[in-house]
Structure formats: structure tokens, C-alpha cells
Ligand binder design. Structure first.
Ligand SMILES: [Fe+2]
Ligand SMILES: [Fe+2]
Length: 273
């Protein structure tokens, strides 16, 4: 473990520096992180005869679970009406990970590891963005620790992907398809339902789950935290996961395009709100 909850200076919490957007995305992230620890069971099934990787996956799950607890504790400090425990139970009731598969949904173990790299790319850039956007000292420190962990996770899955490259032969195009496919899945039910469970289900005036509305509100608040450099880093990491040159013209074009798309979407969602 690179850090624990005891390393966080909880007594430096400053309620005046909490913004509604940071609070909503931190609550949402707390639930997704805590739930992602369940993914260990799925990875153990997929890599059933690979003891090295199973040990790594187990430690990874412990760290993800800690991310959830740290964010959950911060959110309870920032909003005494929020119950991490209650919201997590609601999230788990309404959103289930497909954990009983024996074959990776990505078609191969290498594909699974590439998809994991994409997830860690998303989280590492997300927490870097929170760290840079946040003035509240406790959340800032939590985000810094988590962002470092997520980058380590990326490197971990990347290292094991290299091991499988000789067994599972995938073209660069197939690798890129898997990576982009996983990027698109960020749009699925998981974040929207986590947003709902954390921010709407137990609100003073709770509403019924509306996936489109929850997703739009979540993305508007989360995207507002990003700066261009976070997108540049994320683009490079995704290209690297697909075995493409992460420093050439493709990376420069792809990161410009993704930054433009993000800004456009952020503006559109802000106008709609
Ligand atoms: Fe995490
Ligand atoms: Fe992670």
C-alpha cells in the first residue's frame, strides 16, 4: 500500500472550499471505486491459471476499495446528509457487474488487459483533473494519492499485457478497437446509476432514475474539471495501450480532437442545463 486513510490530514478539511460539482463527482466516484473491487472475482475467473496475475489483481482490488472509502469519508465530511454505506447499497442493488464470465468480454486476455489500461487511463486523468481543480486541501490530497495509484495500475496492467502479447496476437487495429470500445463504455449505465445513487436517490426531494438526465448532469460536472493537459496525457496513454506511437503526429491530432470534442460537449450540456 502506498498510502492509507491515516495519511490523510482530515482535520484540515475546509468546508468553505467545497463546490457542488466537486461534491457530486466525488460522491459518484466513491461508489464506482468501492464497487470496482468486485471486479477481482471476474479477473480471477478470466486468469484462473495465472497465479502471478491473480495476486496482482487481488492487491489492485484492495487499493480500489480504499479509493472508495477515502472519497466516501470525504463526502460524508462535506455533506453530513450523505451516507456512503446507504448510497453504495443502492448502487449495488441497481447496477451489477457481469462477474461470472469465464472468458474475457474483450475476446482474449490481452484484450482484457488493454481494456483495463483504458479504465486506469480514465481514472488517472480524472483524479489529476480533480487535484488541479480543487482548492479543498483534504480532497486535493486524496485525489493526488489516488491519481498516483491509478497510474501505477495502468503500468501494472500494461506489464501483464506485454506478457500476453506473444500468446494472444492482436493487430494494432484490433488493439485500438478494444481501447476505443472501452472508452465508449464510459457512457454506459455505471456512472449514471452511481450518480443517481449518490446524489438523487436519497436527496430531500428524491426523483425516479432517469439515465439520460443523470448521465448529462454527471458529465457536465465532471468535464468542467478537465484541462487540455489532462486530455493530452489520457490520449497518449490510450495510444500506448494500443501499441501506437504516443508521441508522434497521431497523438497530437488525437489529443486536439478529443479536447475540442470535450469542450463542445461540456458547452452543450451547460446550455441544456
Ligand atoms: Fe481507483
Ligand atoms: Fe485503478
Amino acid at each position: 500500500m502506498r498510502w492509507t486513510l491515516d495519511d490523510i490530514p482530515w482535520d484540515r478539511f475546509d468546508p468553505a472550499k467545497v463546490t457542488p460539482d466537486l461534491l457530486a463527482v466525488a460522491k459518484t466516484a466513491a461508489l464506482v471505486e468501492a464497487n470496482s473491487a468486485d471486479y477481482v472475482a471476474y479477473l480471477n475467473n478470466i486468469f484462473h491459471d495465472d497465479d502471478d496475475f491473480k495476486a496482482v489483481a487481488c492487491q489492485w482490488g484492495v487499493e480500489e476499495e480504499q479509493h472508495g472509502r477515502a472519497l466516501g469519508r470525504w463526502a460524508e465530511l462535506a455533506d453530513p446528509d450523505f451516507s456512503f454505506h446507504k448510497s453504495l447499497a443502492e448502487f449495488r442493488r441497481g447496477y451489477r457487474l457481469p462477474l461470472d464470465a469465464n472468458q474475457s468480454v474483450r475476446g482474449s486476455r490481452l484484450g482484457e488487459l488493454i481494456a483495463r489500461c483504458v479504465v486506469e487511463t480514465g481514472t488517472s486523468s480524472f483524479y489529476s483533473a480533480i487535484h488541479d481543480a480543487c482548492d479543498e486541501p483534504v480532497l486535493k490530497m486524496i485525489a493526488k494519492h489516488i491519481a498516483t495509484d491509478e497510474f501505477f495500475h495502468y503500468q501494472l496492467f500494461e506489464k501483464h499485457a506485454k506478457r500476453y502479447e506473444t500468446k494472444d496476437k492482436l493487430s494494432r487495429l484490433s488493439r485500438l478497437k478494444i481501447a476505443l470500445g472501452r472508452v465508449r463504455e464510459a457512457e454506459d449505465d455505471e456512472l449514471a446509476y452511481a450518480y443517481y445513487s449518490a446524489n438523487v436517490a436519497f436527496a430531500k426531494t428524491p426523483e425516479k432514475y432517469d439515465r439520460g438526465r443523470c448521465a448529462a448532469t454527471y458529465w457536465r460536472q465532471a468535464m468542467g474539471l478537465y484541462r487540455e493537459k489532462h486530455l493530452q496525457n489520457a490520449t497518449r496513454m490510450i495510444l500506448r495501450a494500443a501499441s501506437l506511437n504516443a508521441d508522434g503526429w497521431l497523438a497530437a491530432v488525437a489529443s486536439k480532437v478529443s479536447w475540442t470534442l470535450l469542450q463542445r460537449r461540456q458547452n452543450r450540456l451547460s446550455r441544456a442545463a
